[in-house]
Structure formats: C-alpha cells, structure tokens
Design a protein around this ligand. Sequence first.
Ligand code: ZN
Length: 160
Amino acid sequence: MQITKDTVVTFHYVLTELEGDQIEASYDVDPMAYLHGHQNIFPLLESALEGKVEGDKLSVTLTPADAYGERQEGNTQRVPIKHLLTKGRLKPGMTVKVNTEQGARDATVVKVGLKNVDLDTNHPLAGKHLQFDIEVMGVREATAEELDHGHAHGIGGHQH
Ligand code: ZN
C-alpha cells in the first residue's frame, strides 16, 4: 500500500551531514515507525515519503531551517549538574540531556565546574545541512488507538 495520511510507516535511515560524515543509522537497531500526516517527523521528510511504497528508497536533503534550526550564538547556560538527566563523568564536547521547562533537551557540555556545568543549548545538529537516505520497510493502516494518540505504537514507535 502507498504512504498516505493515517498510515504507519516503518523505515530505516542513514543520516549524514551533507557532503560529510555519517551521524547515525538505524540499520543496526530497530527501524523508525511514525504515523504519516501528523507532523511527527520533519515536514520535508514527510512530504518526500508521501505516496511511496515498501521497498522504495529515497534521499532527502534538509537545510538547518528544515531540520534542527540555525545555531544561535550565546546559547550558553550555566546549570546545576544535578539538573542533568545524564549521569556520570562530564567532559567538554559531550552531549547530555538536561531537564528544562520544555522537557528533556539535548545540549553540549562547554565547561565543567564543581557544582555547575556550562551548556551550549543549541541542538547538536543545529546549523547542519543533513541528508537522510531512507528505505521504506513497511506501510500499514494505523489502529484506532494510534490515531487517537497521534503517533505510532510498537517497534520503532511509542512504547507505553
Ligand atoms: Zn500512544
């Protein structure tokens, strides 16, 4: 079947920085699953997947504005280490999860103190041009429960 609104799509992907290094790939773990037409993935990815079928492969390039946004200079914050969701030894350059009023967010460690840490709160992929190489692994109708929740369930989707 074709990918249309209210189908659940599973896909594998390789994410690379455009003309650069591979950032991550799903092939050695589970594929991603999402509910199509509900803005659960980047809009350009969603529109590129519209009408595709199982087995189709596609490449989509995204500008920072299409993906994680531009880097904002001066997005550095000093936060108590106890507010980090990432536990263990911290060092500059590592990506950590931090609790904010908007929920858990990724940030990059700039400087580590005794009780506080300076974080660059730009998304680690902000400012990057990205290429997604996608392989559609499956397409099925969403269940009533998935439509009710607005996201896909099962492997690669929400587990709750
Ligand atoms: Zn749900």
